[in-house]
Design a protein around this ligand. Structure first.
Ligand code: ADP
Length: 610
């Protein structure tokens, strides 16, 4: 799509021009009026000059005599005196009688030209501009100078390069819901005849980077209508009333261009729940802006052809007034892509690079579980860069796999030097995870184990990859996951009898899972199906907030400790029982630094080391 910028000249531009005119006026016109400076002399000097015949032109007036010297280089002025023979003497001295300067402008006239007129122009222009601005902003209060009340929405008009639904991979449900809008924009009669009314607003909700903006653009692209895009945070202005004014301006523009799509990204920036108390201050501006948005949405008729799409990753924070019927009453979830979705997104973006024929996108998609569309797009870019760096003309499977690891764990830290003992400890730690995972049922297969340090701080990691998407986890599976997290530390204990700091991240993850089991998933007998925590923000990290008494909280903490402890013991037992395999695999990893899941399984199942 092509962005079209409205020709916008801020008011300051016109003020500068006026200022320039005034300056020129004062510099050129005013001196012209008082042209030719007069040198005032006394009557005696005038007499002497007549005596010396040093007189050129003379202009005799009632109140002054203006004259030049013979060369006419200087103009003099003197006051007239009673002198009847003056004319005669001047004549004899060879003077010519003529006008030297025009009638000097009257002081009033000068005042008018140099001061009053510029002020009038200045004020008039200011009035005119601010009136225009008010009109543009919808005539409301608060419209101010310098284009502040104007919406800064970017306007795109459809061009042949517009984004289409086919560019958005996966997200089939979202596309299906939005297709109706496209169809309506193509054939409004079809819907209006049946008495159907299109929703005025549609809310796209989902985690960041899942293609919400892309989908909104695709609706405009498919329907071939203009697309206005603005971010919620752009409405928040320095002055109270400016945001509201911007909203008015946006809707005015949209109505002019109807049918069209208006896309408000991060609507939570203005659409957050309004405070119930009368504590005003910082939130006034946001509330006014939100109120204006609600008023505008209520104000325009259904089926005017203006469809508002808004995106947010914090739907729970939105003011309920926004989601009421007639406003954003339709909600389209745009979730993280599933396995098939990830593969499709990878393939769409791979079109932009030159991938080797044998690249297996299915495997890559499996490895990138939990990645958003944006992250997948970045992985492809990263892989292409990697291929470029290594001098390869095509992007290989290994480039893609490495780029996933970069996203998960950061870049390889080439110059990190681990001591022999540390390297050994990391080998045991990682094999501990892998072995505990492999020795339990229902664990995701190990894909890769490495002890090459990463910039994220990880000294090594074990990558487990599920064969397919998992939507439900059993209690046993979660317990196994916790055991796998504790496996690293357990291996250190079994092998060295001492522990290191290497398990900090594992501890965090294990605790999180154990707490969720008890407080959210109802997986403990004591608390049964009672929610002790509620998830605050499902799309942004899923922070949970406690919803129980301090007493219960204490009990939860205890249960969490018991649960993790039990799994830790289980992991230790598994490793003790398989001590020979632990040693063998750790030695192998120590030597090779990176081993594949197949190599790992080969040794585990009793095969020879390669
Ligand atoms: P959001 O608005 O949800 O934060 P965007 O629409 O801005 O996400 O997506 C960011 C980028 O991620 C897009 O420019 C695109 O390259 C990529 N992307 C995200 N989802 C998809 C998808 N489903 N198909 C193709 N590319 C995607």
């Amino acid at each position: 799509m092509k962005e079209v910028k409205a020709p916008k000249r801020p008011l300051i531009y016109y003020y500068c021009i006026v200022l320039l005119i005034i300056l020129l006026f004062n510099m050129i016109v005013t001196p012209m009026l008082s042209q030719r400076q007069l040198t005032e002399v006394d009557y005696g000097t005038f007499m002497e000059m007549i005596e010396e015949r040093d007189i050129g032109i003379v202009q005799v007036e009632d109140t002054q005599i203006i004259f030049t010297d013979q060369d006419e280089t200087t103009v003099y002025k003197t006051s007239p005196m009673e002198d009847p023979t003056l004319t005669q003497r001047l004549y004899e001295a060879g003077a010519t009688f003529d006008r030297i300067i025009e009638e000097p402008a009257s002081p009033l006239w000068t005042l008018f030209l140099t001061i009053v007129l510029p002020i009038l122009i200045f004020v008039g222009l200011g009035q005119y501009m601010s009136k225009k601005l008010m009109e543009q902003a919808g005539g409301g209060k608060g419209s101010m100078a310098f284009g502040m009340g104007k919406s800064s929405a970017k306007v795109y008009v459809q061009s042949t390069k517009g984004i289409r639904f086919s560019d958005v991979a996966g997200e089939d449900e979202a596309k299906e819901s939005l297709w109706e809008i496209v169809d309506y924009l193509h054939n409004p009669e079809k819907y209006t005849q049946a008495g159907a009314a299109m929703p005025k607003g549609i809310l796209l909700v989902g985690p960041p980077g899942t293609g919400k903006t892309m989908l909104a653009k695709a609706v405009a692209g498919e329907a071939n209508v203009p697309f206005f895009s603005i971010s919620g945070s752009e409405f928040v202005e320095m002055f109270v009333g400016m945001g509201a004014s911007k909203v008015r301006d946006l809707f005015r523009q949209a109505k002019e261009k109807a049918p069209c799509i208006v896309f408000i990204d991060e609507i939570d920036a203005i659409g957050q729940k309004r405070s119930s108390g009368s504590v005003s201050g910082g939130n006034d501006e946001r509330e006014q802006t939100l109120n204006q948005l609600l008023t505008e949405m209520d104000g325009f008729e259904e089926n005017t052809g203006v469809i508002i799409l808004a995106a947010t990753n914090r739907p729970e924070a939105l003011d309920p007034a926004l989601t009421r019927p007639g406003r954003f009453d339709r909600r389209v979830p745009v979730e993280l892509p599933d396995l098939a979705g990830r593969e499709a997104i990878l393939k769409v973006h791979a079109k932009k690079i030159k991938a080797a024929d044998d690249v297996d996108f299915h495997t890559i998609a499996r490895m990138a579980a939990g990645a958003s569309g944006e992250e997948l797009a970045n992985m492809i870019k990263e892989a292409a860069l990697r291929a470029g760096r290594s001098g390869s003309t095509v992007v290989n499977q290994s480039d893609l796999e490495e780029s996933i690891e970069v996203v998960i764990a950061g870049y390889q830290k080439k110059n990190a030097v681990l001591s022999d003992q540390e390297k050994k400890a990391v080998s045991y730690h990682e094999i501990g995870h892998a072995l505990v995972a492999a020795l339990q049922d229902h664990s995701a297969p190990v894909q890769k184990i490495t002890i090459i340090p990463r910039t994220s701080g990880a000294l090594g990691y074990t990558m487990q990859v599920d064969t397919g998407d998992k939507y439900l986890l059993t209690k046993e599976e979660i317990e196994n996951k916790i055991a796998t997290y504790t496996g690293g530390r357990a291996a250190e204990e079994v092998a060295f009898g001492q522990i290191t700091t290497g398990a900090s991240n594992d501890i965090e993850q294990a605790t999180k899972l154990a707490r969720a089991m008890i407080a959210r998933y109802g997986m403990s007998e004591d608390f049964d199906m009672v929610a002790m925590e509620t998830v605050q923000n499902q799309y942004l990290g899923g922070d949970a907030s406690l919803a129980c008494s301090p007493q219960t909280q204490k009990e939860i903490d205890q249960k969490v400790v018991e649960l993790v402890k039990a799994q830790h013991q289980k992991a230790r037992k598994l490793l003790e029982d398989n001590r020979d395999k632990l040693d063998e695999l750790a030695r192998f990893l120590y030597e090779k630094e990176t081993i594949t899941g197949e190599e790992f399984m080969h040794i585990l199942t009793g095969g020879e080391q390669k």
